[in-house]
Design a binder for this molecule. Structure first.
Ligand SMILES: [Zn+2]
Ligand SMILES: [Zn+2]
Ligand SMILES: [Zn+2]
Length: 338
């Protein structure tokens, strides 16, 4: 992407050096995402519950609802037009909320692997559905966890925004990958996976299907990427076993972040192919996870570059060595989902 980062080793920070409030959920307050408050959200788009139960009532394990205060509206035409030398269009898009659990007290890291997998399936189902709408060019899926990371409701949820344009960050990454591919006839992400797996210095976890790593030039301390080893440009086109594997590595990574950084706020963003472009050979979907530990300020706004006090090799070492969580996790994995 042509983006530089400054790894400020003289400011090197250990996990305990970052000052912040641990993210915690406070049961008892009114919450529109809690079970029993189904009528406090717009009618659901998708709901997973036991057979025989109707929508918009209790008994669900996951719901997708329209955002009550959407950034973009679903109705109408784009009506692209000029205003002098400027361009404008109507704010058409879809803004949905994936409520990941009926339990207010549970974070995504604390859900069972099966429930985390359900969340990923919900992303896929919604993407496949929205893909049919020819007005949309990109489906952006992200999660804000904790107030400091932008979550306005603490109940565990992620968001989906279908956009009539390809976002600039996605455009830059896709174009960068295309330039690399035109030069080398190889996918840059596949090359990164090969090189990083061989070196191991920045690898946090490797499984049969995924590589979890601290990227070579991370913008933020403890920034982590999850990359599928099998080349695939669009998340929603992944084979079914991929969702199960991703649920396992995502849950483990979030648990490790909770352990090492003491329940940090974080964002994650799914980077996947634009809907209307054939990026099959050169783009490779992945998930970028960014704990919110530092502030973005003048230097970052002015340059698009970042100052990061934690080298990626340190990030990888801390998260690799957080092995107690992996041990402790084995038990709930074997027990049936609640
Ligand atoms: Zn709630
Ligand atoms: Zn690839
Ligand atoms: Zn990316």
């Amino acid at each position: 992407m042509g983006r530089w980062v400054i790894i400020a080793t003289d400011r090197a920070k250990r996990p305990s050096d970052f000052q912040r409030e641990p993210v915690a959920n406070h049961p008892g307050r009114f919450c529109p995402f809690c079970e029993g408050n189904e009528d406090k959200t717009p009618p659901e788009i998708l709901g997973w519950r036991q057979d025989g139960q109707g929508p918009n009532q209790k008994g669900w394990s996951l719901r997708v609802v329209p955002n009550k205060f959407p950034a973009l509206g679903i109705e109408g035409e784009l009506a692209r037009r000029g205003e002098g030398l400027f361009d404008k269009m109507n704010g058409v898009g879809a803004h949905e909320v994936i409520v990941e659990t009926p339990d207010h007290t549970k974070s995504l890291a604390q859900l069972t692997e099966k429930r985390v997998e359900d969340v990923l399936w919900a992303y896929r189902d919604r993407m496949l559905d929205l893909k049919k709408d020819k007005r949309f060019r990109y489906v952006l899926i992200f999660k804000n966890h904790g107030e400091a990371a932008g979550a306005s409701l603490e109940h565990s949820h992620s968001q989906l925004i279908a956009l009539p344009v390809v976002p600039i960050y996605v455009r830059e990454e896709v174009e960068g990958a295309k330039t690399y591919y035109n030069f080398k006839e190889r996918c840059i992400f596949c090359d990164i996976i090969r090189q990083e797996a061989a070196s191991g210095a920045r690898v946090i976890q490797e499984t049969d299907h995924f590589l979890v790593l601290a990227p070579y030039a991370p913008r933020f301390p403890f920034e982590t990427w999850i990359l599928p080893k099998q080349h695939e440009s669009a998340f929603e086109d992944s084979q079914s076993h991929v969702f199960e594997s991703l649920a396992r590595v995502l849950k483990r990574l979030l648990q490790k972040l909770d352990q090492v950084l003491e329940y940090p706020p974080y964002n994650y963003v799914l980077h996947t192919s634009p809907l209307t472009e054939n990026t099959q050979d050169y783009y490779h979907w992945h998930l970028e996870v960014m704990p919110k530990l530092t502030k973005v300020a003048g230097f970052e706004w002015g340059s698009g570059f970042y100052i990061n006090p934690t080298p990626p090799e340190e990030t990888a070492r801390f998260l690799r060595e957080a092995s107690l969580v992996e041990q402790a996790e084995r038990k709930p994995v074997l027990s049936p989902s609640p």
